[in-house]
Design a protein around this ligand. Structure first.
Ligand SMILES: C[S@@+](CC[C@H](N)C(=O)[O-])C[C@H]1O[C@@H](n2cnc3c(N)ncnc32)[C@H](O)[C@@H]1O
Length: 354
């Protein structure tokens, strides 16, 4: 198991000629703490690529400390800003993020949905409006009796259905993230270099609204590539020609979601950081994930012979990520040993039919 060890580097001398020492985070370690604190302790220009998926502002336990959308946007914005000095010139940040599909908006008018497929009573909104105009003295209960339907039907016809969360909950709308990502990049000195879409499994269980509205089921997320100006090597030989055709040059990545989210509630599949690592970095370079969660990016780095630095605020996830790294290292060592012990096939002379 790793400890929170540091690397001491002499960064200069003070006016008395005494060495000034800075403690940098070491590669191949996972650290527990707030990304906004720990990113300040990463060696400048040492990261080839930083790949992460931040909290999405959707009410998960690990983001409860972010009390408002503004607090969330400022937190991620600061994290992007702190990357500028640590990403090497020509390097990248890859952000995996999604639009906020149920953004509560107090100012949003009630969605006047008439969900015909769910309608059990033939009474229409026009019937109710007509009856109310003819009998303005009747209350909702009396209107229901008059029209031969339930009080709830009257209420639904008059007020519409809410999307998710019951009729008295705040209405929700879609909040797009692209604008925020662009502003984070620009403020920090990065350029939005590319955007891809990750098509995952449809999350029907999270999409109770799909039967009572026109909203589509949630089944894709984004990958935004931010570039730090500098010299970038484009090496197509990192992938095979088949891989280039299938995903290296493609804007849409099809990848099943992680099936078992029992140990962490928002893992991305290891193939996702692995593709970004293979596309954008060379073996031996260092990859960072400052929201490492279950350790997926570090595992991908180990499997592809890159170094990693991981950071997470939640101690439970730090332990999970450290265990995942230990397992990935053990599997890698076993594979190397198996390979070394495999007998070298003897070369048989070719028998030629003459
Ligand atoms: C979407 S999850 C990342 C999941 C990860 N990609 C994986 O595959 O397991 C976001 C993570 O960010 C962590 N987190 C939230 N706020 C943080 C902060 N300020 N600094 C560091 N980590 C934070 C959470 O504990 C959570 O594990």
């Amino acid at each position: 198991m790793q400890s929170d060890s540091q690397l001491q580097v002499i960064v200069g001398q003070d006016i008395h000629g005494k060495n000034e020492v800075k403690e940098f985070l070491q590669p191949d370690h996972v650290y527990c703490g707030d990304a906004r604190e720990l990113l300040r302790r990463i060696q400048p220009n040492s990261i080839a690529c930083s790949i992460w998926s931040p909290p999405y502002f959707v009410g998960k336990d690990y983001e409860k400390y972010l009390h408002s959308y503004t607090a969330w946007r400022e937190m991620v914005g600061e994290v992007v800003r702190l990357h500028y000095s640590i990403i090497r010139p020509g390097g990248f940040i890859v952000i995996n993020i999604a639009d906020i599909l149920c953004f509560a908006d107090l100012n949003m008018p009630r969605f006047q949905a008439e969900t015909l497929n769910q309608r059990r009573s033939p009474v229409t909104r026009d019937d109710v409006l007509r009856a109310r105009a003819q009998h303005p003295q009747l209350n909702r209960d009396q209107l229901a009796k008059l029209l031969g339907c339930s009080e709830q039907t009257i209420d639904r016809r008059l007020n519409g259905n809410n999307i998710r969360g019951g009729k008295y909950a705040t209405q929700t709308r879609v909040k797009l993230v692209a604008g925020a990502v662009e502003r984070w990049a620009k403020t920090a000195g990065f350029y939005v270099y590319d955007r891809r879409v990750w098509v995952k499994d449809p999350t029907w269980q999270n999409s109770e609204w799909h039967s009572s509205s026109y909203r589509a089921v949630d089944e894709f997320e984004y990958l935004y590539f931010l570039w730090k100006p500098g010299s970038t090597t484009v090496n197509r030989r990192r992938l095979s020609p088949g891989e280039w055709a299938k995903w290296g040059s493609r804007a849409v990545w099809f990848m099943p979601s992680v099936r078992a989210n029992d140990d962490h509630e928002a893992k991305f599949p290891i193939d996702l950081p692995k593709r970004a690592i293979r596309l954008l970095t060379e073996p031996g370079e260092t990859v960072l994930d400052c929201f490492i969660g279950s350790g997926s990016t570090a595992v991908a780095a180990i499997q592809t012979e890159r170094h990693y630095i991981g950071i997470d605020l939640t101690p439970r996830y730090v332990n999970l990520a450290r265990s995942a790294c230990a397992e990935a290292i053990a599997a890698k060592q076993k594979a190397l040993l198996d390979q070394a012990e495999r007998p070298v096939p003897s070369i048989q002379p070719m028998l030629l039919d003459v």
